[in-house]
Design a protein around this ligand. Structure first.
Ligand SMILES: Cc1cc2nc3c(=O)[nH]c(=O)nc-3n(C[C@H](O)[C@H](O)[C@H](O)COP(=O)(O)O)c2cc1C
Length: 488
């Protein structure tokens, strides 16, 4: 007698995952008797405005998780009030987002840019998705995180099947097909990953080559490590600690200022040169120093600024040259400037945030190095102030610099030619230019100071340029140095 065939257990219907917003661990939320809501971070209290008593009570849900995937709330409703509080908290970087199914969190989403708010993208079963070539997973402490320099948020993976699904998505998959597979991560997660450009839709008929444009032709020339380095080594596109925070004080001793000598017989150079005999260049190099305080009674003049830019950055010669690849290779144009540049690319542009300059209105300008002209850009006053304040903070100064020069790179000029070393070349070029700016300032009796941190996101907002098209890689404060105080 044949054994009756075992009955297949009916496939359990997948419940849609729910998205909620929650306060980050280091923040608190309190309602005051007057109806105002206050966020607390350490010793700081941040007023978020007044809400109704019911909204104040419900807002406490933000400590554990406030559902975001309901219907759009009516104007004037309690939900609308809470959403307003949540948006303020998000703007302050005090929220993270949980995507949970009935059994626990699938992922926790940590914003990396100031304006991140989850916007699940509409998806159709026929849509074909693939993992961005800029996305990666790594261990962070005890967590596995999925991130990308393109993404406005990182995804802390709580359910290992999500990691397996990402591996599947290294080749294009239709949602219809993914849905039939074991460990389907859910449309809700896919929609959030598309929103963060960790996944992207492959459009029918679009390129399927090794470097798909991912919907943006300017990405083709970027290597993975270069885009990551650019996004993580500037401010504005990640939530990691930035700048001189001395993370290893008490953990290990600093390296000595001068390297311990190698063993071996020394060839003493001291008797071979006269340290007192100075050439003009040696004198300039020795006089060069950083100036962080400027003379607000007697600011730099437009004529001095023109002379400074002429000495350090103006295009000196234009020429074209054919690539030595083959007969059909294209001609490339070059615009030589007073400083050397990797591959002769001269990809660096100067943008001037002017606070005080005699003869020039306060504002934001691009230096047209070919025409030797300043072109004003229309920016919001608050953004100009933020840029100048950032430099003041970075220099530990008590006032903004008179002129703040942002060095921005047109990355494609370099990465069109170089693989693996493109971004490193851009940073080397920025260093070369910074020393040139220092020397030109010294020569003209002006003061200057390099600034190592730049805000990618702020620059992008001021110029409207995407961070991977033209972005800041260095800054230089310029002005007339404050007179030394009597007795100093
Ligand atoms: C790449 C680079 C980044 C710098 N970043 C800063 C900065 O953010 N803030 C600052 O006050 N000085 C900055 N400096 C200036 C240095 O602190 C300064 O060059 C150094 O202390 C030596 O002093 P000197 O320039 O007067 O010789 C930077 C210098 C360089 C070359």
């Amino acid at each position: 007698m044949r054994r009756p065939a075992a009955k297949k257990a009916p496939k359990k219907a997948r419940r849609p995952a729910s998205l909620s917003a929650r306060l980050v661990e280091h923040a608190t939320l309190q309602a005051r008797a007057d109806g105002s809501i206050v966020a607390g971070v350490g010793d700081h209290a941040i007023e978020l405005g007044k809400v109704s008593a019911s909204a104040a009570t419900r807002a406490q849900n933000l400590h554990t998780g406030l559902r975001l995937d309901g219907a759009v709330p009516r104007a004037g409703s309690t939900e609308k009030e809470i959403l307003r509080v949540a948006r303020r908290l998000a703007g302050l970087g005090l929220l993270e987002y949980r995507l949970a199914n009935g059994e626990g969190d699938e992922v926790v989403i940590e914003p990396q840019v100031p304006d991140y708010w989850p916007r699940p993208q509409p998806l159709d079963p026929a849509d074909v998705l693939v993992l961005s070539r800029f996305a990666y997973m790594r261990r962070r402490g005890n967590d596995l995180v999925l991130e990308s320099p393109r993404a406005g948020a990182l995804f802390r993976i709580c359910n290992p099947t999500v990691a397996a699904a990402m591996a599947t998505l290294s080749t294009p998959q239709s949602i219809r097909r993914l849905r039939r597979q074991e460990g389907f991560p859910g449309k809700e997660l896919l929609a959030l990953l598309v929103d963060c450009q960790i996944l992207f839709k492959v459009e029918p008929g679009s390129d399927a080559g090794l470097r798909p444009t991912e919907g943006d032709d300017d990405l083709v020339v970027w290597d993975f490590h270069d885009l990551l380095f650019h996004a993580r080594s500037t401010e504005g596109r990640h939530a990691n600690p930035t700048g001189g925070v001395y993370p290893y004080v008490g953990v290990m001793a600093p390296l000595p200022a001068v390297r311990a000598p190698w063993p071996g017989d020394k060839i003493d150079l001291r008797s071979l040169c006269d340290a007192q005999q100075t050439t003009p260049v040696a004198k300039l190099l020795r006089e060069r120093h950083s100036t962080r305080a400027f003379d607000d009674q007697q600011p730099i003049t437009l004529a001095e600024l023109a002379q400074f830019l002429d000495s350090a950055a103006r295009v000196q010669a234009n020429f074209t040259s054919k690539l030595d690849l083959d007969d059909d290779s294209p001609e490339v144009t070059y615009a030589a400037r007073p400083y050397p540049s990797g591959g002769g690319c001269w990809e660096l542009e100067l943008y001037l945030a002017v606070d005080t300059c005699e003869g020039l209105a306060r504002g934001f300008y691009h230096y047209d190095a070919g025409e030797h002209a300043l072109v004003p850009l229309d920016v919001r006053a608050a953004e100009l102030d933020a840029m100048l304040a950032g430099a003041e903070f970075a220099m530990g100064a008590s006032a903004a610099p008179q002129v703040l020069i942002t060095i921005a790179a047109r990355f494609g000029r370099v990465s069109w030619k170089y693989s693996s070393i493109a971004y490193a070349l851009v940073l080397k070029d920025a260093g070369v230019l910074i020393q040139t700016l220092y020397l030109a300032a010294t020569d003209l009796g002006l003061g200057g100071c390099a600034i190592g941190s730049v805000n990618n996101d702020l620059f992008a907002r001021m110029t409207g340029l995407a961070f991977h098209v033209e972005g800041p890689v260095g800054q230089f404060a310029l002005g007339r140095a404050a007179k030394p105080e009597a007795g100093s």
